[in-house]
Write a protein that binds this ligand. Structure first.
Ligand SMILES: [Zn+2]
Ligand SMILES: [Zn+2]
Length: 617
């Protein structure tokens, strides 16, 4: 056994789960199929089977164990390695990532500035070790412990485990290409999620993507490099109009083009108009001129009318701003791509952009698709938080160990942290008197250096119920610091049930049917098909980009195939449209149009969606 002194060194003092990257097994693209096949095999694998396995290399064994871990539901970490005198590896060990414990120095560090990383190590002993057998010229299994001392991770959450988050070569190539032209990592993640048909299938998280970008290229292209993004879009649009269209929405929705050189901020100009020209209604008319969609001649005409009307010929600010009209008047700016941005006011310009887009180009179902994707991202984040709550525990920092630990077991991670803040707050309060009233006790509390302030907490002996005069529990659903003081006085080791609002507890999810995998709904078949095709194409693109010959051949074939499929599609769409028309003509009404604040164009009901999109950034 290799357990011994070396073990001590494996524990990283600064970072509990040091990022274990499978750089040694760079997955080739054909591995994807291998994984699919092995998923089935793995389910039938017995402990005896594993003891009998042989490998031709350490990498192969590592890949095997990681796959095994993926199917089983845990994450793998590299453990020690032994070498002979020539520095050749003779033995290699892997352990479950929950092996060992965090170093005490790390847990007891009281000067930390940040919340310490959650504790994930629980001393699990699951192990896999191989050694080199010279006679066989093979690697054989020397140690295998299948049992874990902790719950295994459900398949839907395996995606969050460190060792199963691998960025494939094809994805890296695509990532680099997209970054190279200025597309933000966040957008790339969205794109990849869509391509693969959902978060579960991507195989890595946004953080992994950022890490890769950081490590791989030290070139920091600013997220939001408008020029680059535009160049990319233009290039793509020549090859594939639908691609252009998609990005058009994506990028525009999420990005503000910073410090635009070409265009002055409409919001600021309007504000200046208001402060510089003290004539009633001028700003209104000025804005109308600014946003009018007509030709340059029409603009000039309207402008002159306005000057007449308000008698502003020769007004300094008006003259100055007129000189710069090519940079703010819609009539002059038409035809230039600004993604609908007129001002630096993010929300307003987003609405403005969506207004126009929704009105002229985006069909409702397409809008819904974007909306849906946002929801899916929120749910993914939520799933991740839930996973963290269930598969790791927070570091305990107060002296009220039992209470804090209990809080850790009943509250979700976020709620736990909040509760702990209240525990710290509780230090300010203390009891000044206690009255017994048969079945319950009333504790009177006051606050350090505020002796005239009084709180009364009523505590029921039998059901351990609590009620405080501050009513904090009633309004926010959290035990108030006064209740915590009483928990102390009453020597409680558990938080009374009456002080736990189900909403903030781990049980919250159990009463609600949680909606996972919402991505695979509605247009499900189409989305799955699209995902499958996209990933096949991205593999092909990877190979095709390796040489000029391959590139040309691929391009030619794609064009041919596209024409062919388009034709096929047209025929079937026309058919189904004729039928749809018959069927739905009298049932579907136009979307309701509502007015939005700050903009004059009508907006479809999708407006809430655009805002939603935003707050989620
Ligand atoms: Zn384990
Ligand atoms: Zn209270």
């Amino acid at each position: 056994m290799d357990k011994g002194k070396e073990k001590e060194f494996i524990i990283d003092l600064n970072d509990e789960d040091f990022d274990y990257q499978y750089d040694s097994i760079v997955k080739t693209d054909s591995d994807e199929e291998a994984i699919l096949v092995s998923d089935k095999i793995f389910n039938d694998l017995t402990v005896e089977d594993i003891w009998k396995m042989e490998f031709s290399s350490v990498e192969e064994a590592e890949e095997f164990y990681n796959l095994f871990a993926k199917v089983t539901g845990f994450s793998v970490r590299k453990d020690d390695v032994k070498r002979d005198k020539n520095q050749n590896i003779v033995s290699r060990r892997w352990v479950c990532s929950k092996e060992g414990y965090r170093h005490r120095v790390c847990l007891e560090n009281e000067n930390r500035k940040q919340e310490p990383k959650a504790v994930t190590r629980v001393g699990c002993e699951a192990t896999f070790r191989i050694g080199f057998n010279k006679q066989m010229n093979k690697w054989v299994v020397k140690e295998f412990m299948a049992d874990h001392n902790h719950p295994l991770v459900e398949q839907k959450n395996v995606q969050f485990l460190q060792s199963h988050r691998v960025i494939k070569n094809a994805d890296k190539t695509q990532l680099n290409a997209m970054r190279g032209v200025g597309i933000g990592t966040s957008q790339i993640m969205d794109y990849m999620v869509q391509q693969s048909g959902g978060y579960n299938n991507v195989g890595f998280t946004k953080k992994d993507l950022y890490n890769h970008v950081d490590a791989d290229s030290r070139v920091h292209l600013r997220d939001g490099d408008a020029e680059g993004a535009l160049a990319y879009l233009c290039g793509k649009s020549e090859m594939d109009p639908s691609f252009y269209y998609k990005y058009n929405v994506d990028i525009s929705i999420k990005r503000i083009f910073p410090d635009s050189y070409h265009r002055l901020c409409a919001w600021h100009i309007q504000r200046n108009a208001f402060t510089n020209v003290h004539v009633k209604d001028f700003t209104n008319h000025f804005s109308k001129c600014m946003f009018m969609e007509g030709t340059v001649e029409e603009f000039e005409c309207a402008w002159n009318d306005m000057l007449e009307m308000f008698n502003l010929h020769g007004h300094k600010w008006v003259t100055d701003i007129y000189a710069k009209r090519s940079r703010w008047a819609e009539a002059y700016l038409r035809g230039h791509f600004f993604a609908g941005m007129k001002s630096t006011q993010r929300c307003e310009s987003m609405n403005a952009y969506l207004n126009r887009f929704l009105k002229t180009r985006l069909k409702l179902f397409e809008f819904v698709k974007h909306f849906d994707r946002t929801l899916s991202r929120i749910r993914h984040n939520e799933a991740k938080a839930e996973f963290e709550t269930h598969h790791s525990s927070a570091v305990l920092t107060t002296k009220l160990y039992a209470l804090e630990k209990y809080a850790g077991t009943v509250f979700t991670r976020q709620s736990f942290l909040k509760f702990r803040d209240e525990m710290k707050n509780a230090e300010l309060f203390f009891s000044v008197s206690t009255e017994n009233h048969g079945g319950y006790r009333v504790h009177t509390l006051t606050k350090f250096r505020s002796p005239d302030k009084i709180w009364k907490v009523c505590y029921g002996n039998s059901d351990r119920s609590m009620k405080c005069t501050c009513m904090m529990f009633e309004s926010v659903g959290f035990p108030c610091p006064h209740m915590i003081v009483v928990m102390k006085i009453e020597h409680l080791e558990e938080i009374p049930e009456t002080c736990i609002m189900k909403r903030w507890s781990k049980l919250a999810k159990e009463t609600v049917q949680v909606h996972h995998d919402n991505e695979i709904q509605g247009d499900a078949t189409n989305i799955i098909r699209y995902g499958a095709l996209s990933s096949m194409c991205s593999r092909m693109s990877y190979f095709a980009s390796q040489s000029e010959k391959a590139f040309k051949e691929a391009r030619c074939e794609i064009q041919r195939l596209t024409c062919q499929i388009e034709e096929l599609c047209k025929n079937s769409v026309e058919e189904s449209e004729r039928e749809d028309l018959k069927a739905t003509k009298h049932h579907v009404r136009d979307p309701i149009i509502v007015k939005t604040k700050g903009h004059h164009e009508p907006l479809y009901i999708g407006n809430f969606g655009s805002k939603f999109y935003y707050h989620n950034q």
